[in-house]
Design a protein around this ligand. Structure first.
Ligand SMILES: Cc1ncc(COP(=O)(O)O)c(C=O)c1O
Length: 402
């Protein structure tokens, strides 16, 4: 251990047989059994005790009828955003949702028209593009630019992409998969361009708490009055505290008209019924989770450093981009000169390890793989050994029939 802590993130918990997407679906999605999964963004850590106790208390009651999100949930979120991010949010601005992606779909339906352009910044979380096209809107790509080992927003290109049919930009902040925590200057510039182009910002800030020591998350809605009144911010406790299987998220919409439209769209696509366990868990998380989160972030940062040092010694052709936020490290494998199909095949067949292909995140992701760092160090170490086994020069040559 490289830091003393209250929580034991080194503890390995067997997740197989729990209907875990990460651990129990490899045959279905890859055609192979027993791959070590370091893909999808959930963690192999138990949620903190206070959250499990809150769920157990709710379960013990025994009656699980239709449930409303309690006012205390909104208050817990409001206080968390104030304490953790210095962002003052009115209770009235908040709408509850079953999850960030369902709410993103509702926002697209509520705030754009069929055929409108919606900007995304690839490589980026792939459901954004899927939701845009599934709802009959057009994907407009403002690709991130790679400057050395740093991914940046291409502001000139962003300005060029906006025309009278471009109504919305979906921001990923912090950005999955490139792990950038956008600076105040980045966000001010982006917001100014969107305001002057009459573009609504839907800011997916589900990773906002997962920011490495030394970095600070800035909610885009907090950078100016104009940004606030043109934004929908999506937050949740689910990513931060490993509660994705429970669901639940909040939309924060300062503008009353946009909020009314989003609320109406949510009611049109799903009944506004809350999940009793999600509400209990998220409220407990926001009330009590700060210490656990601080220790988690230190552990994830330790895992990132371990990965960088491991790769530099054992597979120097593969490099991890700097990790500013999220627990997902993007690995640059382009120097190996392999196609994406070859990479996947070698990693899974020779290595027995399952990462997320960078190409899934759209343009710029080719030749890269996303590694999930939110696991015990022993699991990570096993995974990295498998990556080396798959991609070491001799294996590569054999795999390609050279
Ligand atoms: C950027 C981003 N948004 C949304 C989600 C999923 O949100 P939800 O499960 O609330 O739909 C994820 C999950 O990985 C994500 O990375």
């Amino acid at each position: 251990m490289d830091r003393p802590g209250t929580y034991d993130f080194d503890r390995v918990v067997d997740r197989r047989g729990t209907s875990s997407l990460k651990w129990d679906s490899s045959r279905k999605y890859t055609g192979r059994d027993s791959l070590l999964p370091l893909w999808v963004a959930d963690m192999d850590f138990e949620a903190p005790r206070e959250i499990r106790d809150a769920i157990a208390r709710r379960a013990e009651h025994g009656i699980f009828g239709y449930t409303m999100e309690p006012e205390s949930l909104f208050e817990a979120a409001r206080q968390w955003l104030q304490r953790r991010h210095g962002w003052s949010v009115d209770r009235d601005w908040m709408l509850a949702s079953p999850g960030v992606i369902p709410c993103l779909s509702a926002a697209i339906l509520a705030l754009t028209e069929p055929g409108d352009g919606v900007i995304i910044q690839p490589p980026v979380y792939h459901p954004f593009a899927m939701r845009i096209t599934a709802n009959g809107r057009r994907v407009v790509e403002n690709a991130l630019r790679l400057a050395g080992e740093r991914w940046e927003i291409d502001f000139d290109d962003l300005e060029r992409r906006i025309d009278e049919r471009t109504r919305m930009l979906i921001l990923c902040s912090p950005h999955n998969p490139v792990s950038r925590v956008w600076s105040r200057e980045d966000l001010q510039r982006l917001a100014a361009i969107c305001v002057s182009g009459n573009v609504i910002i839907v800011s997916d800030e589900i990773h906002c708490d997962l920011v490495m020591p030394g970095f600070r998350h800035i909610p885009v809605a907090s950078v100016s009055e104009e940004a606030s009144s043109r934004s929908v911010t999506l937050v949740a406790a689910t990513k931060t505290f490993n509660l994705a299987g429970l669901g639940g998220s909040l939309a924060i919409v300062p503008d009353a008209d946009m909020r009314r439209r989003l609320d109406a769209a949510q009611h049109a696509v799903f009944a506004g019924i809350g999940n009793a366990f999600a509400a209990a868990a998220s409220e407990a998380a926001w009330r009590t989770g700060a210490q656990w989160l601080d220790e988690l972030l230190a552990y994830v940062q330790g895992n990132y450093r371990f990965t960088v040092s491991f790769l530099s010694k054992r597979l120097a052709a593969v490099r991890a981009f700097p990790l500013e936020g999220t627990y997902l490290a993007l690995l640059d494998m382009r120097a190996l000169g392999l196609t994406d199909d070859e990479l996947t095949d070698l990693l899974q067949r020779e290595g027995g390890v399952w990462l997320d292909e960078g190409r899934r995140f759209g343009c710029g992701g080719q030749g890269m793989e996303r590694l999930n760092l939110a696991c015990p160090r022993a699991t990570l170490s096993d995974g990295l050994e498998r990556v080396v086994r798959a991609l070491a020069p001799g294996v590569r040559a054999a795999g390609r029939g050279e």
